[in-house]
Ligand binder design. Structure first.
Ligand SMILES: Cc1ncc(C[n+]2csc(CCOP(=O)(O)OP(=O)(O)O)c2C)c(N)n1
Ligand SMILES: [Mg+2]
Length: 810
């Protein structure tokens, strides 16, 4: 079968479609569905016979996806889950070879463009970022945002993908961004399993899209199960479209159009998708298509068999209602094809899928085989001349005879051979060393690269523009500095938008955006509901579609309500697509000490530990924050900026170039020089440290204060490590719990920056207590590091070093 027949399924929308044309379309569809089914069957067998690690497939969901594909156009988007292979084949966004390449974890993006072998099978993505970091023309391509395995986790992103169309349609200033939209006429298609609609992310997304009225089309693939758990334990009334009926728009209200259709009824499915997507696309009304009576012919995944938990009756029902079987029966009864014709088609399809599978297996297998042989030969060569001859020969022979060897085996064998010959000096050992270092570079690229986009547009490459102050620079509240910075950037770049709770009309709770909605309009500075997860998802989708969103989380403490999207979806996006996708979202929030348990949080360890893939900016004041925003808004990687909650009303000088100067990422700054102890801190705590330093100076103790400014990247010029050469003592101070971000900072300085070699005292941390700070000033004093705490912590280190000069205070 030529590859071209797998491309986008033809539509039924020509008025004068002849019966022959109609037949041809239906038969083509059936072929795609049947091939997809074969891929599922073969894929499962490959896993069960040990040739691939894990398999989850889209069998039983084929026919609905053929119908959905007919409604999908260039410019449209998909955010879906692991059942969608038929849709991907039908639209041409993937094909059988790529399907198998991913099953075999082929790390070559030419073979598995979705993930370069990084994702489990049936995790789809199209590549919309070129190698140089530029965007492809998304208006001309069909677009698939990268899947994640966490069910429901993609829903917030779907909202953003749809919301972008609304902005592109309604904001005429965006017309210049032609490669991202055709006047906002795109639909964002989402798919989700019936069980996963139980997730809060689904409901939050659903409500937000109803409020926003965006072209979002959610299909629920309802097979009545979520692994072993039946619908009655998942969904009220066992019926998601039934319980969502209140969202139906009526009498001019906003809301949804809701459809319910059976997953084996080809004609009804085609009609439903045609109708639903037309409304969605033309009117920007979200739609729900609840596809019921779907099946799982092979059970949930390769992890187990569904005979364990489905009744005999259910299994029989599933067999009888298999969507391809039903489609076949209907095609025969409607004289679209004869039984013999379909038998032939099926035989041909089976052969073709098998060929694709074999080719995909060989493409990786042959390369690995050659690498195994090459490695074994190098080890043989070494064996001739060394004492460990026998062990080396065994390693080489094990390599040659291994059944499912991979690069872990070639590299592992060479590392072992090098250990066994550590005392040898023969030239053949050097050959192995050279091989290993060359392979390490290749394997880093294969398995470890692209946590960030790392392109010329990276914020790390944004030119440094120094801050300029006029002689009569005005002293303003910190919030006004930020306001001026945002104003300048909104004016400069029409693709920047900001949104969040209370961001629009009042310009955020601390007024950083004050007055900007009336100046730039409510499509650019926008209020949202209280829905942190989907605020971030909204930002992610916009960022993937060429806009420059600033998504605001009102307080840092509420970031926890958005962690799923931050950690699972955005942080891993560049990595899991091996640079094929990016979402340069900027998250703005405010935190550290203020008042009460939920308005004083500084959970920096949570962020550092779960959001690698983000830059993490912790400015000590609003001028530094402005410089960081100026950098980030000119770069293409995601970042979070945590402003100091208690800094908005402190006075700062207004820079002349407030919208232009940049604070580079990863550049630590020495705020005060001193020779006794290196004190590293950030954010609000720095002011406490600076105050303590004044008293310490009077006591004859001179600390060096360093502000890393960004925790990720951290101090790329080793400013902290260099300072330790002078002081030999390290104290890290922050407001997080003990062993959290402070432990990360110590690891960076002591290990990465080689600070260990300069230390002559134990590195210390001074942090907040393990509980959250109680309300009130006393609560703060007894929970967060105070000036007294800082002075005493520094003094204690001096006492330890020289008790005669610094006798114990207590
Ligand atoms: C957040 C999350 N929780 C649990 C899982 C484990 N899990 C994977 S698939 C699945 C069942 C999903 O059922 P459903 O949404 O009905 O989709 P189906 O597989 O039936 O198509 C579960 C519980 C997961 N991947 N992610
Ligand atoms: Mg299900």
């Amino acid at each position: 079968m030529p590859e071209s027949t797998l491309r986008a399924t033809s539509k039924f929308n020509t008025a004068e479609l002849s019966f022959d044309d109609f037949k041809k379309i239906v038969i083509d569809d059936y072929r795609i569905g049947y091939e997809s089914r074969q891929a599922s069957l073969i894929g499962r067998r490959e896993v069960l016979t040990g040739k691939a690690k894990f398999g989850i497939f889209g069998d039983g969901k084929e026919v609905a996806q053929l119908a959905m594909a007919k409604a999908f156009r260039a410019g449209d988007w998909r955010a879906g889950y692991y059942r969608d292979q038929t849709f991907m084949f039908a639209t041409g966004m993937s094909n059988l070879k790529e399907f198998f390449a991913q099953l075999y974890a082929n790390p070559d993006i030419e073979k598995d463009p979705a993930s370069g072998g990084r994702q489990m099978n049936c995790h789809y993505a199209t590549r919309f970022v070129n190698a140089d970091g530029s965007w492809v023309n998304q208006a001309e391509t069909m677009n698939c945002s990268s899947d994640i395995s966490t069910t429901g986790g993609h829903m917030p992103r779907l909202l953003g993908l749809a919301y972008a169309s609304k902005l592109y349609r309604q904001n005429k200033e965006l017309e210049y961004l032609k490669q991202f939209s055709v006047g906002g006429n795109e639909v964002a298609f989402g798919t989700i399993g019936n069980g996963s609609t139980s997730e809060g992310l689904f409901f939050e997304t659903f409500n937000a899209a109803g409020v926003l009225q965006v072209p979002m089309a959610i299909s629920v693939w309802d097979d009545a199960y979520a692994i072993s758990v039946p619908a009655k334990l998942q969904t009220t009334k066992e019926d998601i479209s039934e319980i969502l009926k209140g969202f139906q728009r009526e009498n001019g209200s906003n809301g949804y159009e809701i459809f319910k259709v059976r997953g084996w009824d080809y004609i009804a499915l085609c009609e439903t998708y045609e109708r639903a997507i037309t409304i969605c696309r033309e009117q920007h009304v979200p739609v729900l298509i609840h596809v019921v009576e779907m099946t799982q012919p092979q059970g949930h995944s390769t992890s187990g068999s569904h005979e364990r938990y489905k009744s005999k009756d259910r299994l029989t029902w599933e067999e009888e209602h298999d969507c391809l079987l039903k489609m076949r029966e209907w095609m025969i009864s409607s004289a679209i094809a004869t039984e013999t014709e379909l038998d032939e088609l099926e035989t041909e399809a089976k052969k073709y899928v098998r060929e694709c599978q074999r080719e995909a297996a060989a493409e990786l297998g042959d390369i690995i085989k050659n690498e195994l042989e090459e490695t074994a030969r190098l080890i043989d060569n070494l064996a001739y001349n060394v004492a460990a001859q026998e062990e080396l020969a065994e390693i080489a022979s094990a390599l040659r005879s291994s059944y499912d060897a991979g690069r872990k085996d070639t590299v592992g064998s060479v590392r072992k051979a090098l250990r066994l010959t550590v005392h040898e000096t023969v030239a053949e050992r050097q050959v192995l060393l050279n091989w290993l270092s060359a392979e390490t570079i290749k394997n880093n690229e294969r398995f470890n690269s692209k946590l960030f986009s790392g392109t010329p547009q990276s914020p790390l490459n944004v030119p440094v523009v120094p801050v300029i102050y006029s002689e009569d620079a005005r002293l303003l509240d910190g919030r006004e500095i930020l306001n001026a910075c945002f104003d300048a950037n909104f004016d400069r770049d029409k693709s920047i938008v900001a949104f969040g709770e209370d961001v629009g009309a009042i310009g955020d709770v601390n007024q950083g955006f004050a007055g900007l909605q009336s100046k730039y309009g409510d499509l650019r500075i926008t209020d949202t509901g209280i829905r942190e997860t989907t605020i971030i998802g909204q930002g992610m989708g916009l960022a993937m579609r060429g806009l420059r969103p600033i998504a605001e989380i009102q307080y840092l403490d509420y970031l926890i309500y958005a962690m799923t999207v931050l950690c699972d979806d955005i942080a891993s996006l560049s990595y899991r697509t091996k640079g094929g996708q990016k979402a340069p979202l900027i998250i703005r929030t405010r935190g550290h000490r203020l008042e009460g348990i939920w308005h004083s949080g500084s959970p920096m360890g949570l962020i550092v530990n779960s959001m690698r893939g983000f830059h993490l900016c912790v400015p000590r004041n609003m001028t530094q924050a402005a410089g960081l925003y100026n950098t980030l808004l000119r770069g293409d990687e995601p970042a979070i900026v945590i402003e100091s909650l208690n800094g908005y009303r402190l006075k700062e000088k207004l820079p002349e170039n407030v919208g232009e100067f940049t604070v580079p990422l990863g550049k630590a700054e020495i705020l005060k020089e001193g020779g006794d102890i290196t004190v590293v801190s950030y954010g609000s705590t720095l002011r406490i440290v600076q105050e303590a330093a004044v008293e310490l100076d009077k006591m004859g103790i001179h600390i060096e204060i360093i502000d890393p400014q960004t925790l990720y990247p951290f101090d790329i010029d080793n400013v902290c490590g260099t300072s330790l050469k002078k002081t030999s003592k390290l104290l890290v101070i922050d407001e997080d719990v003990p062993g959290a971000a402070s432990a990360y900072i110590v690891q960076k300085i002591v290990e990465t920056e080689n600070g260990y070699y300069s230390l002559d005292a134990q590195p210390r941390t001074l942090t907040a207590k393990e509980h959250r700070p109680p309300y009130g000033s006393d609560g703060d004093y007894f929970s967060k590091p105070s000036v007294d705490d800082v002075i005493e912590a520094v003094y204690a280190m001096m006492n330890e070093a020289n008790p005669a000069k610094y006798p114990a205070i207590f």
